[in-house]
Ligand binder design. Structure first.
Ligand SMILES: Cc1cc2nc3c(=O)[nH]c(=O)nc-3n(C[C@H](O)[C@H](O)[C@H](O)COP(=O)(O)OP(=O)(O)OC[C@H]3O[C@@H](n4cnc5c(N)ncnc54)[C@H](O)[C@@H]3O)c2cc1C
Ligand code: FES
Length: 270
């Protein structure tokens, strides 16, 4: 069951003029959150912005004894709520409801895990990489951004022995271009009996391209969709995603309940 807490801001680490990592004391949420789940956050006390906003759980924070004590958010400032989260200060309280949504399904060795992240779509992959590492799964992070300065928190993944494949649109780090290019290259060169699970999070165009590449290569793919979410609880239908039916038609699911993690080959991509 999700819980609603007034979480204290422990720290706010600014990564760039747009990105920050906000650490929140919320042991009740951290204890039960699993990779791929999200929280609904209201950063200010004012009526505007009225509604909470969805955020992936970026990290599970732990106390000296290793017990979950809180969580962090990787935030990209694009509007009023993300602006408030960017400028939050230690000691402030932030309403945090969660954990919510359907998480990633974890694989077992010898299946490898390939995580495909675009921009702030990096957010769900730290907790996923931790859980996969605990199972002994070999993981690779394919991470694309506009430029080198927007490739964040690589040290977290290096510390977990995750292989990094980086791209930037301007060529300032890694390969120049989109992150789906090295994904396609590696899948093309991979023996069909070498199992791999593809996990993706990022802009919808990147998710569609990833899912289509995975389908072309006969590989399973779980995507975490980022639709606008008014409630996060199934009540407002702002977050629907068209999914294929077995009869060849389609129906809409609420991505806050059936997702945010959905099977890439079942989404009806435009
Ligand atoms: C499950 C889930 C997990 C998310 N995790 C993170 C995260 O970890 N870190 C993070 O920074 N953001 C995350 N987001 C996106 C985040 O919720 C939005 O950026 C936030 O709601 C914007 O709020 P705002 O008040 O700042 O701006 P708003 O005024 O609400 O939005 C600014 C502009 O962006 C558009 N917009 C808002 N939300 C989205 C969206 N989801 N997709 C495309 N366009 C959008 C609006 O239409 C508007 O034009 C996640 C979204 C979902 C659904
Ligand atoms: S966000 Fe309200 S129904 Fe999904």
């Amino acid at each position: 069951m999700p819980v609603d807490v007034a979480a204290e801001v422990i720290a706010n680490r600014l990564l760039s003029p747009d990105y920050n990592v906000l650490a929140l004391r919320a042991p009740e949420v951290a204890r039960i959150a699993v990779p791929g789940q999200f929280v609904m956050v209201k950063a200010g006390q004012a009526h505007d912005p009225l509604l909470r906003r969805p955020f992936s759980v970026f990290e599970i924070l732990r106390d000296e004894a290793g017990a979950p004590s809180g969580l962090s958010l990787l935030n990209k400032r694009i509007g009023p709520s993300t602006g408030l989260i960017y400028s939050a200060t230690p000691g402030q309280r932030i309403s945090c409801l969660g954990p919510l949504g359907r998480p990633f399904s974890l694989v077992e060795p010898p299946t490898e895990a390939w995580m495909i992240a675009g921009g702030v779509g990096l957010a769900p992959f730290v907790t996923l990489a931790e859980s996969l590492r605990a199972r002994g799964v070999r993981s690779t992070l394919f991470y694309g951004a506009r430029r080198a300065e927007e490739l964040f928190c690589l040290e977290l993944f290096r510390a977990m022995d995750v292989e990094l494949v980086l791209t930037t649109e301007d060529g300032s780090a890694g390969e120049r271009g989109r992150i789906v290019a090295p994904l396609e290259g590696r899948l093309t060169g991979r023996a069909q009996n070498a199992a791999v699970m593809i996990y993706a999070c990022g802009p919808e165009g990147m998710l569609a391209a990833t899912a289509k590449i995975a389908m072309r290569h006969g590989r399973p793919c779980q995507v975490s969709v980022e639709r606008i979410m008014g409630c996060g609880l199934g009540g407002c239908y702002s977050c629907v995603v068209p999914m294929r039916t077995e009869q060849g038609g389609f129906h809409h699911v609420r991505s806050c309940l059936s997702g945010p993690v959905l099977a890439g080959d079942q989404i009806l991509w435009e």
